[in-house]
Design a protein around this ligand. Structure first.
Ligand code: HEM
Length: 506
């Protein structure tokens, strides 16, 4: 109690000192403000906070509103951070493709640094040899089409559990968001940790906190070069360190058990006696053949990456798809008719992975879901060199933000952009080739988990639509559903989805 009072008054004193220092330096800051970006269109800035007052959660919505006034490339001063916000496919291409090797670093934040072991994971590691090495290991061992196919039985098993649990609650209101999240996290857990998949719930909690806080959670992220702001962030840092210690305990346990089992049985810990991702990482660590040697922290950072990348993105995409489908019953009926026809033609009683390839309309439904609800609503990059972009000189000390969410809804590029119309993709498969559509990013840092992610979305969605007819609970109006997003590293719906399922009899 006494220590809390002391800590609080220390914080208050620091806050006053901080405000005075900021006031004192405000003029100096104004002069040096935005060197290299000051020619860009920009809203008027206030002292100290710059344009922070114009940005609310989720930031991509505010950025879109501002870009309608200031154009497709603009400068925002967000506290002590210079951000260049890009909202057109043409300029996105300049950043992500034409200048790809330059725009390959990611912004930093205190939460990312602490949670992801000082950026020795894949997603936040600076561009270079180490990043290439770790990305290659994961791409080959967990995320390749062959590996993804080999996890088919795990997916099938977990999706059957999901269907069974919905069936048990048929006719009642269920929290579909929670059920789907639990299914995708089990798939990732079993694929990455094999038989030693435990403490899943605690891990999930930490992943969610990491993803929520990763986008910037403290005053030190807003004023990164201020020593005082860093001092004032001690409470957040202490909380993050506490969470990191919990993460360490879980991941250390998983790694230790893998090591013991490997020694005792001479076999991998994968569910079929094969190697899982932890085994592979341990093997390459022990081989001593890596150009950039790795230790336990590297393994833990990458495991947390896979868990974070593989869980919330897929479950949230299924959640958005189901939300859009209950709001657009004619689309739901068309998707169900296709799935039920394909299963009937095969003479089956449920969807198998081989059916999914034939579900052309379901593919369009997923593409349209990712257009309106991209998981990476914002792609943030830090340039490694100054470059001219769209006629402006963009220096190294800025964060360049590609507003994917805004590009995906721009009426200049999409007909009736706010409507959910899967048919718009009927004649074009544009993933990776068209800068109007960036659900998996683009360039060297594009998502390496597309095949894994797609499989984790398509089969569960097909099974949910095949086995059940879906309705909103009595009295809930589909058009009144809250379609706002959370802000964080992924983009979930702000509210859980509650639906009533009735069993489909073929
Ligand atoms: C529907 C599913 C998914 C979506 C929508 C998605 C989306 C994205 C996006 C937008 C990025 C940023 C790309 C960029 O900066 O250009 C990304 C990066 C990444 N994703 Fe995914 N993702 C999905 C599934 C997965 C899965 C299943 C995994 C792994 C198990 C994964 C692992 C990663 C990793 C490691 C990165 C960082 C890559 C790097 O920085 O080199 N993702 N993802």
């Amino acid at each position: 109690m006494v220590s809390d009072v002391v800590e609080w008054s220390l914080t208050a004193t620091c806050a006053v000192v901080f405000a005075l220092v900021i006031f004192f330096y405000a003029k100096k800051w104004k002069k040096s403000e935005g060197v290299g970006v000051d020619l860009l269109p920009s809203p008027k800035k206030l002292p100290i906070i710059g344009n922070l007052h114009l940005v609310s959660d989720p930031p991509f919505r505010s950025f879109r509103d501002l870009s309608q006034q200031y154009g497709p490339i603009m400068h925002l001063k967000l506290g002590g951070v210079d951000a260049v916000v890009v909202s057109s496919p043409e300029i996105a291409k300049e950043i992500l493709k034409d200048n790809d090797p330059v725009y390959t670093n990611r912004p930093e934040s205190i939460a990312l640094k602490i949670f992801w072991y000082n950026y020795i994971n894949i997603a936040f590691s600076p561009y270079g040899g180490y990043w290439k090495q770790m990305r290659k290991i994961c791409t080959l061992e967990l995320l390749s089409p062959k590996s993804v196919r080999s996890f088919g039985s795990i997916r099938k098993d977990e999706v059957s559990r999901l269907v069974d649990s919905v069936r048990l609650s048929a006719g009642e209101t269920i929290n579909l968001t929670q059920k789907v999240f639990s299914m995708t996290s089990s798939v990732t857990c079993r694929a990455a940790f094999g038989k030693v998949c435990r403490d899943k719930d605690s891990l999930i909690k930490l992943v969610k906190q990491g993803l929520d806080m990763g986008a910037g959670s403290s005053i030190a992220d807003t004023f990164p070069s201020s020593v005082i702001a860093h001092a004032l962030s001690w409470r957040t840092k202490r909380r993050l360190m506490k969470m990191r210690r919990k993460l360490d305990v879980i991941l250390d346990g998983i790694i230790r058990e893998h090591e013991t089992n490997r020694k005792d049985s001479g076999r991998g810990n994968g569910e079929f006696g094969n190697e899982d991702l932890v085994d592979v990482l341990l093997r390459v660590m022990e081989s001593g053949e890596l150009e950039f040697p790795i230790g336990y922290d590297n393994i833990k950072a990458v495991l947390f990456d896979m868990f974070a990348g593989g869980t919330e993105t897929s479950s949230s995409t299924i959640d958005w798809a189901m939300t859009e489908l209950v709001r657009n019953p004619q689309v739901m009926a068309k998707a169900q008719a296709e799935i039920r026809q394909v299963v009937k033609e095969r003479g089956g009683d449920g969807v198998e992975e081989e059916d999914v390839q034939k579900l052309k309309y379901l593919r369009l439904v997923i593409m349209e879901t990712l257009r309106l609800h991209p998981q990476g609503s914002i792609l943030a990059r830090v340039p490694r060199e100054a470059r001219r972009i769209s006629g402006y000189n963009i220096p190294v000390n800025v964060i360049v933000v590609v507003n994917v969410w805004a590009i995906h809804r721009d009426p200049k590029h999409w007909l009736d952009p706010e409507s959910f119309k899967p048919e718009r993709f009927a004649n074009e498969d544009i993933i990776g080739s068209d800068f109007r559509y960036l659900p998996f990013g683009n360039g060297k840092r594009m998502c390496p988990g597309i095949t894994f992610g797609w499989a984790s979305v398509a089969l569960p969605l097909a099974q949910l639509l095949y086995n059940f007819n879906w309705e909103l609970p009595a009295g809930v109006d589909a058009q009144a559903l809250n379609m706002l997003e959370t802000s964080g590293l992924t983009t979930s719906r702000i509210q859980n989805l509650f639906l009533v399922a009735t069993h489909y009899q073929p």
